[in-house]
Structure formats: C-alpha cells, structure tokens
Design a protein around this ligand. Sequence first.
Ligand SMILES: [Zn+2]
Length: 410
Amino acid sequence: MSERQARTFLTNATVVDGDSIEVHQQFTVIIEDECIVWVGPSAEAEAPGAADTEIDLTGKTLLPGFMDAHVHLSSTGGLNPASTLHEPETMGIYRGVWNLGVTLDAGVTMVRDLAGTDYSAVLAVQQGLVRGPNIVTAVSAVGPTAGHSDFRTLSVPFGYHAGRDGVLPNIADDVTEAKRVSRELIRVGAGVIKVMATGGVWSPRDAPEHVGLGIDEMHAIVQEANNRGIYVAAHAQGAEGIKNALRAGIKSIEHGYLIDDEGIELMLEKDAWLVPTLTTGTTPPDPKKATPYAVEKKNRVRAQLQENVSKAFAAGVKVALGTDCGVVPHGQNLREIGLMVDLGLDPMTAIQAGTSSAARLLGVHETRGVIRQGMIADLAVTSINPITNPHGLGDPANITHVFQAGKQVK
Ligand SMILES: [Zn+2]
C-alpha cells in the first residue's frame, strides 16, 4: 500500500469561499500538498488520520488568500522621494523584502506590483528565498516626457551625481518608442504593462487632470502586450485620460478618482476593471513629508474621489482590490475592503473584489481566488466576522492564519 501525503484538516470553520454569496457554517477544508482536495460540511468530512494535522477553526472565518492588484513593494509609504536620494538604490530591495513579509501577514497571498520592483522579486518568492505573496510585476511604468513616470531631476545637490540614469525604460513620446519600451519591459520580466494615461500627485510637472500618453501610443502598447499574452493597466485619474485609456483598449483602470458619467458608461461597455486604490486616495497627505505641490494636488483629488467612485460602484463597474501601498505604508492592505464598503459596495462584493474578482483580473482564476476542490490552497483565516465587520479585516492582528500553496506561513 502506498503511503499517502500528510494532509491538513481545517475543521469547524465558517467559510466565505470568494465566489458564492453564501456563508458556509461548520465547514471543513482538506489540504493535500499544495491543493484543496475537499470542501464540505464538517459532519460529512472523513476523520483525519494519525499523520494528518488538524487545525480547529471554531469561531473563525476561512477565506481565500487575498490579492492586492496595486502595490509598489520597493517603496515605503509616505516618504518624500527626495529623502531617499542619499541612500543606495539597492535599499529598494531590502524595503521590498520587509514589505513582502508584512503584506503576507495582512492576509494577502498574491500582489500585482505596478512599478518599482524588478523580476528578481518574482523569482525570490517562487524559489522560497523570501517569504511573501506571489508577484506579478510591471517592473516600471511607461509615460510621456514630463509625465507621471518622469522623475528625472533638473539638478543634483552640490553638482555630484553618482546615481545611474535610464536603468529602467519608462519614457515614450511616440508610437515607435511606446512599442520599444513595452518590448523592453517584457524582456526584463514584466507580467503586465503599466502606462501613465494621466498625470498624478507626486510627479513635479503634471496634475491628475492632465492627459498622459496619447490614445495611439497606448493602443500600440496594448497590441504589444496582447501579442505576448499579457495586458495593460493604466494609471488614470483625470476624466479625459480615463476615457483615452479605455478607447485604447486598456483593461485595468487604476485609481479612476475623477471618472465622469461618460467614463463610467465606457467602462461598462468595454467590460474594464476599476482598481480604486481608496487606501491611498483617502489618506490625507503629510505636509511634513510631502512637497507642497503634492499636498495641493492630493487634497484637490481627495475632495472629489468618493462621489465619483461611489457612482462607478453603483453603476456596477467591475471592481478589483488594489491599495497603492508603497505610497502609504504596506501591511494593512485589507483596509481597502472597509473603504469600498463605505462607498457603497456590499461586504461580500468587496471581499470578492479581493479574491475571485482580483484573480480574474490577474488571469489566475483557474487556480486561485476561490475555496473549491482542486484550487491551490492560498487561504486566510480571520477571528472577526468579515461580513458584519468588514473594516476589521484591515487590522493584521485579526488575521490569525495564512496558508500559501498549502503551507502555513502565518
Ligand atoms: Zn501606484
């Protein structure tokens, strides 16, 4: 008789499976190797064998491991970019290692990094060299000269400049450059292409209301991405740039803070995703750390975004969870769920935005994002009731266990 792999039995749990709207009481989930092999009422489950591990989850809720579709792992939230000029560039790697750990502890088992993190982080997690969620990375972001990805400085303190220029491709000013830069990003390991469809808060020469790349440039990038089986996510805050991105065929609208009625219609028509990043959008800027232009732009957008995003939610736009952590500190990523509920999503839809919906956006829905037999066992356990207290998910102390591919990692 062949010996069977030791299994893990998660028993007596309340299960929110990420897919159905039903909450399952007194359920058992059996994990073997990296997969879920059985889900059902505890009364119908087989008894664990002598070699198996049982974790009694009485009073706790088991959910799919969450996904955050918008992070920047290599930066630490709230820092003025100028304050890091006197640190070696490799500090971003150590920041990334730390941020990966606190993100996993927050209940997040997969992230999409939308600029700042190179392909080595993807490999390091895959190879088990660091603990952290699985990563899809954009590596860098493509924008126009003087746009939201153009942080080149006009001078350097005391005339010394030991830094490296142009390490990551991120500026494109016509269709040919847009194609070249996208191909270059694919070469260095991008699993999604990030573009700047509008200006933003932190960039020195533009504003959220300004348009970024043109429709023709973004359309060329969409074609390059689609040719390689990937897709494009657009930083898009102002109303015109959002519509430009949608008309160029972009699937994933990041922020969307100033979206108008026509933009909402277009999102529905194009079946595009909104990643509203309310965690960052609603956080007031710290005038001690942020430059005056950033404080002014942030406050202007913050005053308008809740009304616009609520309208998009009410219209039934597809929503995936994303925080923009890196602009704010990492490790409380699931605060986003409570913030989405505040703007009108029901708690179950907000949870699904961070599980099955995010999995569809990230293209991993066949293996992740739902608790079902045959899926990879990426799971999170909470001590609170996530339906009646969705805000409670945002406190990592309320996330008691995290499983990644069947292994308990918290
Ligand atoms: Zn971002």
